[in-house]
Design a protein around this ligand. Sequence first.
Ligand code: ATP
Ligand code: MG
Length: 511
Amino acid sequence: ITFDQFLTHWAKERPDRVAMREEDRVMSYAELEERTARVASALLAAGLERGDRIAWIGKNSDLYFTLFFGAARAGIVMAPIGWRLSPVEWAFIVNDTRAKIVFTGPGFDAAEDQLAGKLDHDPQIIGADAARAMIDGARRVAFDPSGPADAVLQLYTSGTTGNPKGAVLTNTNLFALRRNSADLDLPYTRWEDDEAVLVAMPCAHIGGTGLGIMALAAGLPGIILAEFNPDGVFDAVEHHGVTRFFIVPAALQMLLLHPRCASVDYSRLKYILYGAAPIPLDLLRQCIKMFGAQFIQAYGMTETTGTICMLPPEDHDPEGNRRMRSAGKPLPGVEIRILGPDGEEVPTGEVGEVVTRSSNNMQGYWNLPDATARTMTAGGWIHTGDAGYMDEDGYLYIHDRMKDMIISGGENVYPAEVESAIYGHPAVQEVAVIGIPDPKWGETVKAVVVPKAGMTVEPDDIIAWARERIAAFKAPRSVDVIEALPRNASGKILRKDLRAPYWEGYERMVN
Ligand code: ATP
Ligand code: MG
């Protein structure tokens, strides 16, 4: 299936249904079809060809989705760039894409000046007003639509472990999730006709753009939040009939902390999807109690077009169900293997690297043949870089990234487990755990803690708290107290930045 097919299908079946809403602006499926056809026509008229790249610097917007879907119809590849990145980082990605046109979103007119002098080629830069005028004034022409195997989206990885890499995704990749989910035919993967989907995460990530694509695939309204904010989520749930959304654990925490949270009417909300980072068990329990919705965990990565495993609602029993720690079961059509250091599959229950194969797997990284060859090995397996194990019932448990694993006295310690134990401490707002060099143990465990507002944290108290809950070798030996954790634009904690000052002059062994 392709963008072109979905757009023409829904324009015929549901011409007057809302396709997208952003604040008070609504667009029907008939309008979306017309406007995306004009985008394709305008880009082709400007001399772009199938396989050319365009980029977007801006927040989430109906304009972004119109440009992306329109370009995709003609096989022109959209690369959305995280607006929270610095202009230097924007330029790195624009240069990497070799984009012919850079579109800037509403409020980002200054980006043109900020990019000046930093680009190694000469893309046309088009602001939001000019882009809307371009669509208004374009004459629709017949064009040759992109096919299932054509690249249409180039999404950059979050850059948690190094420079972001451009994952090239095709029509097939982007609609694999829908096909896989339809095969399951379970209530939580079947989308009813009266649903609406909230796009709350940034469009530069699969958890943002992906939700917009899923709304289109299901012929449902996509409610677009320019950027995540608790009021926007609450309003969308109360006033715009949103029945499901995807957000990251850090955003769930922000919802919980918001004064409005307890008084919102959640009666239309059916499902909350969360994922993209390990969730502290305590946070998940609090959420289950607070929201009258069912919870679904998603595990995946940019390179797998998002979700490859889902933990279904029935495994979210807050009363001590051990499955609550799982990232779920592979979706139909997704293969998962756990490999040991020598590349052999390890027995059930043993920890190793998670590798996966499915039609969700990207085509490859853009312009990075070596990284592509390291990540995608023979037979089409993607190496996730995540450590985890599979239980007898086929549930996957993600420990953490292999690059963050701490080896202390020969024992493997996964930061996420230690963080989860410390997280329940009454004075702890946030915590990140890292390994620091140690002459005797190789590495020792350090916790970096952000106290709750108005509270103080005693390092010894944290260490004692952890020792009561996890093995002594996993408990931190030292604790730093700081004001805020360094996070990247997708809300992921940058443990590499926390580690850096301690590792100056040392060589860290990476698994
Ligand atoms: P980079 O690859 O550039 O270092 P990144 O890996 O953070 O950045 P993404 O593709 O956005 O970029 O994130 C994928 C990673 O997020 C996974 O490899 C995994 O480590 C983590 N992740 C995703 N979902 C979950 C989940 N449900 N539980 C735990 N970790 C998760
Ligand atoms: Mg990654």
